[in-house]
Write a protein that binds this ligand. Structure first.
Ligand code: HMG
Length: 464
């Protein structure tokens, strides 16, 4: 049985901080953010918003757009790493909010959980729900998978320039108009790591930035190796001599903690794939310098990062590689469009990969490319750490959905925060009733109880 993504919607909070203002306040070169990381604006949540609200607002959007009633929904999963409760699942809060609009008990029949594995958990949730549909258990109902996060780092840390917030919701069913997942090829890798983690009670993560960058690339590459084997053994793709699996993906979407990480990761994957092929000789000639090798090629990530001579040479080699015509063609045709939204919104943790997918659909369509039948590869990564590589094919009805996508219009009504306002919000010094914006037709947080009996209980309302 087939299954995939029928429609996709986003909810992005309407406050943002501009890279220029941020860099000035932190004594940084704005070009480092804009060109070095690919960060121009970062979405910031208001004092009356939390990740459940972002998720509920996204769900309401997709349900209203598709004229769905709660009876049409069989499962609602929320994937997040911004959880505020150790036991109660975030989808429960989301259902509570949706029932304020659709009526008490209207989602009673609906199952679902909150999933956690840093940024990759949304991909696991998609996989589980796809298989629920493939197994014939959906009985004509749809699944909603919402990925929702607030990427918040310590003030003054190097992660602070890679923040963001928002939710993406995907409607899954057995006759998807957008993308049908390829069966039997989803591949994973997993390793106990401390590149990025958030201990109990801490609002912001502990991050080993450069370590996390490298681990991300290694883990995705391992998952890609396994994907390759599955694709060949399942007969999905026939690989000819001299080809790489990436030649068989028309589009590649990567997890985007910041826009340029996609570029970095693609360059890493392509370089490792091409190194084994006849074309590498020609590319090395174009690059004009030898490919560097670390002093200890079998060493740890720490030993490679500590090998300064290698790191400098490798950086130079990578820069030259990404300027080659062959790489540029791959980058422009397969990845570039997926990076655009991230530059305007920032890191959405679980939602970043799927914001990238949406971005790719919208901007490729705008270029006039016929997307029908194109294979899209996904490189999902979550710290801690696990990667997942999978793929799907764009369906004939995709235009029905994609023709109405307009990210700029969706972000039009945003307010640029001053640094002082941003810091007030960052330090949680505003209560929900002192929000910066007064939203209409949206869910908002009214309060969080502090008394011993009901500590942590959240009250939400729908602003008419
Ligand atoms: P940093 O170490 O300060 O930055 O922080 P940098 O020195 O690596 O510079 C970044 C880029 O800007 C470099 O480009 C510089 O050359 C360039 P690259 O070499 O990579 O091409 N640059 C400039 N360009 C122009 N003008 C200038 C200039 N200066 C430098 N003046 C870091 C970067 C990402 C480490 C930091 O922001 C951080 O720690 N972020 C949080 C962690 C993170 O995002 N890690 C990504 C991989 S792990 C992941 O994706 C999982 C995650 O989403 C969490 C989850 O799974 O839950 C984070």
């Amino acid at each position: 049985m087939t299954a995939g993504i029928d429609d996709i919607a986003i909810y992005i909070p309407r406050l943002y901080i501009d890279a220029e203002d941020f860099a000035k306040a932190r004594g940084l070169d704005p070009v480092k953010l804009q060109k070095g990381l690919g960060v121009s604006q970062m979405a910031i949540v208001d004092s009356n918003q939390d990740p459940a609200i972002l998720a509920a607002n996204a769900c309401l959007k997709i349900m209203q757009k598709n004229k769905l009633s709660p009876d049409d929904i069989g499962r609602l999963y929320v994937s997040t790493e911004s959880a505020f409760d150790e036991s109660k699942a975030m989808n429960s809060y989301v259902i509570g909010m949706l029932e304020q609009v659709y009526g008490q008990g209207t989602f009673e029949h609906c199952g679902g959980i909150e999933t956690k594995f840093a940024c990759v958990s949304g991909s696991y949730a998609l996989y589980d729900n796809t298989n629920w549909i493939r197994a014939g258990e959906a009985e004509g109902k749809h699944a909603l998978v919402v990925v929702s996060d607030i990427a918040k780092y310590d003030m003054g840390s190097s992660g602070e320039m890679t923040q963001g917030a928002g939710a993406v919701v995907m409607l899954l069913n057995d006759e998807p108009r957008l993308l049908q997942f390829d069966p039997k090829v989803t591949a994973t890798s997993i390793k106990d790591e401390y590149d990025f983690y958030r201990p109990f009670g801490k609002e912001t993560p502990i991050v080993h930035g450069q370590y996390s960058n490298m681990l991300y690339m290694i883990q995705v590459r391992k998952a890609l190796e396994s994907y390759k084997k599955k694709v060949v053994s399942s007969g999905l793709v026939k690989m000819e001599p001299g080809e790489t699996i990436l030649d068989h993906m028309d589009y590649i979407n990567m997890h985007l903690p910041y826009s340029n990480m996609g570029k970095k990761a693609l360059a890493y994957l392509v370089r490792h794939e091409w190194r084994q092929l006849p074309r590498w000789k020609r590319i090395l000639t174009e690059i004009g310098i030898e490919e560097p090798i670390p002093k200890d090629p079998r060493g740890t990530i720490e030993s490679v990062l500590g090998d300064e001579e290698f790191m400098t040479k490798d950086h130079e080699f990578t820069k030259l590689f990404t300027k080659t015509q062959e790489y540029q063609e791959v980058f422009e045709s397969k990845l570039a469009s997926s990076l655009i939204a991230s530059t305007m919104i920032g890191n959405l943790y679980t939602a970043s990969l799927y914001l990238g997918f949406r971005s790719s659909l919208e901007y490729e369509y705008q270029k006039g490319v016929d997307l029908e039948g194109k294979r899209v590869g996904f490189g999902s990564y979550g710290s801690g750490s696990s990667a997942m590589v999978f793929s799907g094919v764009i369906q004939p009805e995709y235009k029905e959905i994609v023709k109405n996508m307009n990210l700029v219009a969706e972000l039009e009504d945003r307010r640029r925060l001053t640094l002082e306002e941003y810091e007030l919000l960052h330090e949680n010094r505003l209560t929900p009733d002192k929000s910066m914006l007064h939203s209409k037709k949206e869910f908002v947080l009214v309060d969080v109880k502090t008394d011993a009996e009901s500590r942590g209980e959240r009250r939400y309302s729908f602003n008419e």
